[in-house]
Structure formats: C-alpha cells, structure tokens
Design a protein around this ligand. Structure first.
Ligand code: IMP
Length: 196
C-alpha cells in the first residue's frame, strides 16, 4: 500500500493529507492525476453511502486503494438536517452564503441552548480486498450571525464546543486539529499505520 488516491479536487484537502501520509512512506495521488475520472454524483442518502460510492468508483477506475470523504452539518433542532444535503441545502446551485442564510432563518427564534449542532465526516477507504469507514464528529453550536472570514461553508456560524471563536475565526491549524474531518483522517491514519 505505497500509493493511495484521494477522490477529491480540493487542493487544500490533498496537500494536507499528502503531508500527513508522507511520514508513512505513502504517496498520495488525487483526482488531478487521473483526468479520465468523472464527477461522481453524491446522491446517496447517507454520508457513508456517498463516501463509499466515490471511493469505490475511483478504486475501480484506477486499480489503486482509494480514499474519499463526505461531510454534513447536523443540527439538533432540525433532527440532523441538513446533514447529507449540506452542500445544496438552499437548492441545487446554492452558494455557501445561500446555505448559511437559510439555516440562520430557520433557527431565527431559537435560544442559544437549543442551537446545538455537529459536523460529521465519514471517510471511506476501498481496496481490492475490502472497505473501511472512519467517522469524525465535532460538536458545537450555530450562532445567530456570521463571524470571521476564514474557512468555507458553514464555518462563520459554527462555534466549536469549548471555543470562543467560530471555525472561520480560528487559526486553520487549530480547526484542522479539532475538526470532524481532522478526526476522521486521524482515525484513518492510526489504522493505516498498523497495516504497514
Ligand atoms: P464535502 O462533503 O466536504 O463536500 O462537504 C459538503 C458540504 O458540507 C460543503 O459544501 C459545506 O457546505 C459543508 N462543509 C463540509 N465541511 C465543512 C467545514 O469544515 N466547515 C464548514 N462547512 C463544511
């Protein structure tokens, strides 16, 4: 297992994982190295389903072990919505801002104690022999207005538990350490380290 393909076009995700895996002697390729790969429609109704669908497709096309991830924001007062639909919460071509505005509107009358939420990431790793999933959760709450200019998506309205800054205000290194995605990737790292 010397080479892994990450099913992603997100340069930030690719670089970060490349640095993480380098000490294990694992080379990371990405969707950019295989221009023939098509966009996989994320139409499963769970994060697990989407992550596995992407990783299976990339594994099948490249013949290499493939890793992918899918993330959702699960709001307690909305019974876990938008969840797997986080990217298109305000519609098919919604911008990050459209999604944030819709969520703030929906939660408008809720007091702080009822604004609990979590980001959840499922990473899926698929090889010739089998598949594994790794989950990372970051608890926090949805504040009432946007704060901060870093990050992306719902970062300006997500206050991670035990922090006074939103994900968009926090240093990106801190965000990566405590985030849903960071935790899922850490679990993957611990697992793959044992396979070597
Ligand atoms: P993806 O599975 O990483 O593509 O994430 C799906 C959607 O969840 C994105 O379009 C964002 O709206 C949201 N999202 C994922 N990760 C984060 C994050 O770290 N901060 C804020 N929003 C995120």
């Amino acid at each position: 297992m010397d080479t892994i393909v990450l099913a992603s076009r997100n340069k930030h995700k690719i670089e970060e994982l490349r640095d993480t895996l380098a000490p294990l002697g694992i080379q990371l390729k990405s969707t950019y190295d295989f221009p023939e790969l098509e966009e996989v429609e994320e139409d499963a109704d769970t994060l697990e389903g989407n992550a596995l669908k992407k990783a299976c497709y990339v594994h099948k096309q490249t013949g290499l072990p493939a890793l992918s991830d899918d993330t959702g924001l699960e709001v307690d007062a909305l019974n876990g919505r938008p969840g797997v639909y986080s990217a298109r919460y305000a519609g098919e071509n919604a911008s990050y801002k459209d999604n944030v505005d819709k969520l703030l509107d929906e939660l408008a009358d809720l007091p702080m104690e009822r604004r609990g939420a979590q980001f959840r990431t499922v990473a899926a790793f698929v090889t010739d022999d089998d598949s594994h999933t790794f989950e990372g959760v970051c608890r926090g709450m949805i504040i009432t207005e946007e704060r901060g200019s870093g990050g992306f998506g719902y970062d300006p309205i997500f206050l991670p538990a035990a922090y006074k800054k939103t994900f968009a205000e926090l240093d990106s290194e801190i965000k990566n350490e405590i985030s849903h995605r960071g935790k899922a990737i850490q679990k993957f790292y611990n697992w793959i380290e044992k396979q070597k």
